[in-house]
Ligand binder design. Structure first.
Ligand code: HBI
Ligand code: FE
Length: 285
């Protein structure tokens, strides 16, 4: 999940270390919270089988969700062996620079609190279910794991260039809401989609949103909304396409795009590789 960090966040930031990490304190989760975790998982499990990419499904099955809220240090042994990534516990959203610093060092920040039962269907800030269920399985995929580190390194550079907004669009339309084209049709790899009860089917089944081929510069100048389903989803051919897009230095891209009016989330361009033109979006030149 992404978003600006402001000071009325839900998490307890009173005991953070300088890098914003805290202890998970797994023994403090209540039986009700473990039950809520299982209910959230069971709801997604039936949907994931149909809408998630194989890489996500394959790893999800090895993470023992039905035992309750996972212990990060238990998962870290498997994750380190798979891709040298490590989960670190955080109270919730952390400042952009802190977030990038963690990703650049193959550390993924995972929120420690879990939503309330009445938030079963929708939550504004990322909780442990969004961060863990949505993001962790893909960190076991070697190419995606390298992409995430490249993103973190790119974020540190973007921060220095005042280009975080352009780069965060890339994160939003890939890591959070990305689709991938497969022989079995379009599937999801985005955490915001895969941890959502409704958007996981909407993003693939609904005729409303656009589905457009991945294009780095196009994505970097396309705005997004954080509190509705997406009006446009971008589709990669494979994870190599994603990782290769981060090979070049983005500085010239930022220089080219800076000052240009960004496209609306619903825009469809004549230059777009269109998989599906949504019913509602406004056509742009
Ligand atoms: N903090 N814990 C956490 N998780 C995120 O996904 C996150 C964040 N801080 C900032 C952020 N994402 C986005 O603004 C990134 O695009 C930087
Ligand atoms: Fe997320």
């Amino acid at each position: 999940m992404t978003g600006e960090t402001n000071h009325d966040l839900r998490g307890d930031y009173s005991r953070i270390r300088p890098d914003y990490t805290v202890d998970q304190e797994w023994e403090r989760y209540t039986p009700e919270q473990h039950e809520l975790w299982k209910r959230l998982f069971l709801r997604q499990q039936s949907l994931v089988a149909r809408y998630a990419c194989d890489e996500f499904i394959g790893t999800m099955d090895t993470l023992g969700y039905l035992e309750g809220i996972p212990r990060f240090d238990a998962i870290n042994e498997k994750l380190a062996a798979a891709t040298r990534w490590k989960l670190v516990a955080v109270p919730g959203l952390v400042p952009d620079l802190v977030f990038f610093e963690h990703l650049a060092n193959r550390r993924f920040p995972v929120t420690v609190w879990i939503r309330e039962p009445h938030e079963f269907d929708y939550i504004v800030e990322p909780d442990i279910f969004h961060d863990f269920f949505g993001h962790v399985p893909m960190l076991f995929n070697p190419v995606f794991a390298d992409y995430m580190q490249a993103y973190g390194r790119g974020g540190l550079k973007a921060h220095a260039l005042g280009a975080i907004e352009m780069l965060s669009r890339l994160y939003w339309y890939t890591v959070e809401f990305g689709l991938i084209d497969t022989p079995a049709g379009l599937k999801s790899y985005g955490a915001g989609i895969l941890s959502s009860g409704g958007e996981i089917s909407y993003c693939i089944d609904s005729p409303d949103p656009n589905r457009i081929g991945f294009d780095l510069l196009r994505i970097m100048q396309t705005r997004y909304k954080i509190d509705t389903y997406q009006e446009t989803y971008f589709v990669i051919r494979d994870f190599d396409e994603l990782f290769e897009a981060t090979e070049p230095d983005f500085t010239p891209y930022y220089d080219m795009l800076r000052g240009r009016e960004p496209y609306a989330p619903s825009a469809v361009l004549a230059t777009d590789r269109v998989y599906h033109r949504g019913l509602s979006p406004v056509r742009v030149a």
